[in-house]
Design a protein around this ligand. Structure first.
Ligand SMILES: [Zn+2]
Length: 561
């Protein structure tokens, strides 16, 4: 029996070295050496990172190459998210994804522009057939950029399987030099119920980490009783970059037996929001530090592997336990954290009573809250755990707890606005109040007669706000009546104060022109190489509408020959 256990333990530790994914099938998507600014599974805001972020020498315009033969199966151009993104499906069933592109290769770019001019929209999503845009391995398909929700030039690269599940691209034999061990920045112990204590306290305890010469860590001994768990802030660095990335695998052992494991190898996009249950969400929203919990309490996330008692330790009086954490990166550089736990039933350990409110949320049921003109509807599985929610409505301000409890599924907030007069009603929207100044942030608001509603995953304070101000528009690189014969681009700046830009429409002499929108620089750009403009005297007209429906019209004359 003992031999079998040792074997299982060993095989589990080293399982990350082998896998069933095709090796060396996919070539490098750039013709520069791979340096990562982000890796797979890395902890991001409300999601796990689904691919590799590859550095592009701090610039745009690097050639992006097809990783293998296949065909362009999807093209999505959006203001946010991946911006300009290309999907290539390969004969082995996998799809590679290339995001935040600056533009596509000439053939693909012409195809995309044709679709955009037909639909009269910059944002498009198309699914070309296998014959439309075939590609060969290492052929040029795009140029790297910074489009969409990207904070600096890089290529976002993904590999997905037939079920659209992203797989860690490193599992396909992509080589990134990494001889550097993961580091641990901090470790915390949690008492997980009212009868459990760590160092005589029922609240989360930060433990002192003692770094060892080897790169491993000791932790000061702790006393505990009852059900406890641990959490760590850890990251990994690869040799060729200074930035911190995510680790690949975390395992924990209690007295030599593995009791928890998470492996960042693959997940499904449906479970993205589970990240907020995996991290200590309250700690994150208050301190902006991500503590990864080494117990899986009420978390359906599929990246957890074997666990015993969900990774929770049940500590008895008069016991001594050894707890070890093994953190490794993809190249199996490993860091260990070692700590001793003394089971001590201290006299100070009087059970702690949970704070209650009149509103108890139960995970498996629909929960409705209503007060005055405001109602909130939670559906089954909105939350991970049952809890007492704070709920209060004063005038139009809804206090719906604080943003400290992770939410798994959207819930609905609705306001009856029948008490407002018709003119005011049209300018109302639901806002989430953020920061100490309670700044109103637009929450996508639907209107149905007198009911305004919004669907969200964020608890906090909400209120009605108004937007009566039209968007602003001004020409960035031209003036009214100017000759623009030698201009390559026409650039316009657009902005909206409260509810934000919803849509825009630009025409020249009543013909629709494609203007690319970059929300980060608030800029619309037309490329004269689109060859839509043939007259010498041109009337440029741009209509911009905000989320409430306030519109501005900008008109300008320009000449070209
Ligand atoms: Zn990315």
């Amino acid at each position: 029996m003992r031999l079998i256990l040792i074997f299982l333990l060993t095989s589990s530790i080293f399982s990350s070295a082998q896998n069933n994914y095709p090796q060396d099938y996919f070539a490098n998507p750039l013709d520069v050496s791979l340096v990562l600014s982000g890796n797979f599974g890395e902890l991001r805001s409300n999601h796990f990172h689904s691919g590799l972020d590859i550095k592009t020498q701090q610039r745009e315009g690097l050639k992006v190459l097809a990783c293998a033969d296949g065909f362009v199966s999807r093209i999505k151009v959006g203001h946010f998210g991946y911006g300009k993104a290309l999907y290539i499906t390969h004969p082995n069933g996998y799809t590679t994804v290339y995001g935040h592109l600056q533009k596509f290769s000439p053939e693909i770019e012409a195809y995309v522009k044709k679709q955009q001019y037909e639909k009269e929209s910059y944002e498009i999503e198309v699914f070309p057939s296998a014959e439309t845009l075939p590609v060969t391995k290492q052929s040029l398909v795009a140029y790297s950029g910074n489009s969409g929700g990207s904070g600096g030039p890089h290529l976002h690269f993904e590999i997905r399987d037939k079920n659209e599940h992203p797989i860690n691209p490193m599992l396909f034999g992509i080589y990134i030099k990494d001889t550097t061990k993961p580091v641990v920045r901090s470790i915390y112990a949690y008492a997980l119920d009212g009868n459990s204590f760590v160092n005589k306290s029922n609240s989360k305890q930060k433990l002192r980490l003692i770094p060892q010469k080897s790169g491993d860590y000791m932790v000061e001994s702790l006393s505990a009783i009852g059900n406890i768990g641990f959490g760590i802030d850890t990251s990994d660095r690869q040799d060729l970059a200074a930035n911190s990335n995510g680790v690949y695998n975390i395992q924990t052992f209690l007295n030599g037996n593995q009791n928890f494991e998470i492996n960042f190898s693959s997940f499904s996009f449906d479970e993205s929001s589970c990240i907020n249950q995996f991290i200590d969400y309250e700690h994150y929203t208050t301190n902006r530090q991500r503590i990864q919990k080494l117990f899986k309490k009420n978390n359906p996330l599929s990246m957890f592997k074997s666990t015993i008692n969900d990774g929770i330790l049940s500590v008895d009086d008069n016991t001594n336990s050894v707890y070890k954490i093994r953190i490794s990166d993809f190249k199996n550089n490993e860091t260990w954290v070692n700590l001793n736990i003394k089971g001590t039933n201290t006299s100070a350990s009087t059970p702690v009573v949970q704070k209650t409110t009149p509103y108890y949320m139960t995970v498996n049921h629909t929960n409705n809250l209503k007060s005055g003109k405001v109602s909130v509807d939670f559906y089954p599985d909105t939350f991970y755990e049952d809890f007492y929610i704070d709920f209060d409505v004063k005038n139009d301000t809804l206090t719906l707890h604080k943003d400290v409890v992770p939410v798994r599924k959207n819930f609905n907030i609705s306001y009856d606005v029948s008490n407002y007069n018709d003119a005011d009603k049209e300018k109302l929207f639901i806002a989430r109040l953020v920061g100490y100044k309670n700044y109103p942030v637009y929450s996508f608001t639907k209107r149905d007669g007198n009911i305004l509603s919004t669907s969200t995953k964020t608890l906090g304070t909400y209120a009605l706000a108004t937007d009566t101000v039209n968007p602003t528009i001004y020409g960035l690189n031209f003036k009214d009546g100017q000759w623009l014969s030698n201009f390559r681009y026409l650039k316009v700046k657009i902005d909206d104060d409260r509810s934000g830009i919803s849509n825009y429409r630009a025409t020249v002499n009543d013909k629709w022109i494609l203007m690319e929108y970059d929300y980060k620089t608030k800029t619309l750009t037309y490329d004269f190489n689109d060859d839509i403009i043939t007259d010498s005297k041109n009337n440029f007209k741009l209509i911009v509408t905000d989320n409430i429906g306030n519109s501005s019209i900008f008109e300008s004359m320009f000449y070209r020959k």
